[in-house]
Design a protein around this ligand. Structure first.
Ligand SMILES: C[S@@+](CC[C@H](N)C(=O)[O-])C[C@H]1O[C@@H](n2cnc3c(N)ncnc32)[C@H](O)[C@@H]1O
Length: 244
């Protein structure tokens, strides 16, 4: 099936509203994320394999900020017939609606339960795997430690946190180098200068990226000792952190 093309920022918007995960975004989400996040599919695929490896029978997987379920789809393939339970949480009603519609016809789809909720408020019950993809960046920075602390305390021993984030570099020169390659990537994927600049402006103060060091410091601060930056592409980074 042809996915609808993301043309949200193709015409000039005045005023330009802050970015949100509304129905308009949900409709074009797959096209938007694939053209905006380098190595998106590769990351999900390897994370699904990691989740399959770290999952402890009888426990739960949580996908926090699950959107319309792209991780869940790959996880179903990776798990095959194995039994598991995943709670997939997002506070965007149209995202959860799209996820449920997608799961309904799938054999074995009942192993995943999409839930409309705030990840900052949910209680995590017995997780051995927590996924946090491109979502921590949308929380106010001063509230990030609390979520990460909650994840670390809830994880079972040997459990894993898999996290991807858009990042910045601490050195201004390298930060602009990353930006340059990132905007080239968007151009290569068909986004115009207007689309790139309007999206950047709409995300200002909505998506607040941190450095790799900030993320590693936080992971250590909340208790993780085994941390790996397993994938990095300029201003995108994927981490895994195992609870000892
Ligand atoms: C960039 S998308 C995540 C992409 C998704 N993880 C994937 O891999 O396809 C960020 C998601 O986080 C959700 N989100 C942001 N803040 C949230 C919160 N406090 N609670 C629940 N979901 C949240 C948004 O609704 C959005 O669907």
């Amino acid at each position: 099936m042809q996915m609808p093309k993301d043309t949200i920022f193709s015409l000039e918007k005045k005023p330009l509203p802050p970015f949100e995960f509304n129905e308009q975004v949900v409709r074009v989400f797959d096209d938007m994320i694939e053209r905006s996040v380098p190595l998106y599919r590769e990351t999900l695929r390897r994370q699904a394999e990691l989740a399959t490896y770290f999952y402890q029978q009888g426990s739960r997987i949580y996908d926090l900020g699950c959107s319309n379920g792209n991780f869940g789809m790959v996880l179903l393939q990776s798990m095959g017939a194995r039994s598991f339970e995943m709670c997939a949480i997002d506070n965007s009603a149209p995202m959860i609606d799209a996820y449920r519609k997608r799961l309904a016809p799938l054999r074995g789809g009942e192993r995943i339960r999409p839930l409309e909720a705030d990840i900052q408020k949910v209680v995590l019950e017995n997780p051995s795997v927590v996924i946090l993809n491109l979502t921590l960046q949308f929380l106010p920075p001063q509230e990030r430690d609390a979520l990460m602390g909650k994840i670390h305390s809830a994880l079972s021993s040997g459990g894993v946190l898999l996290m991807t984030e858009k990042i910045i570099h601490g050195a201004a020169e390298l930060s602009s180098l990353q930006q340059r390659f990132y905007y080239d990537f968007k151009r290569e994927n068909g986004y115009s200068e207007l689309e790139i600049s309007q999206k950047r402006e709409a995300l200002e103060n909505v998506l607040i990226p941190e450095t790799v060091e900030d993320h590693c410091d936080r992971l250590r601060r909340v208790g993780f000792r085994k941390i790996d930056l397993w994938l990095k592409w300029f201003n995108f980074a994927s981490f895994l952190a195992v609870k000892g």
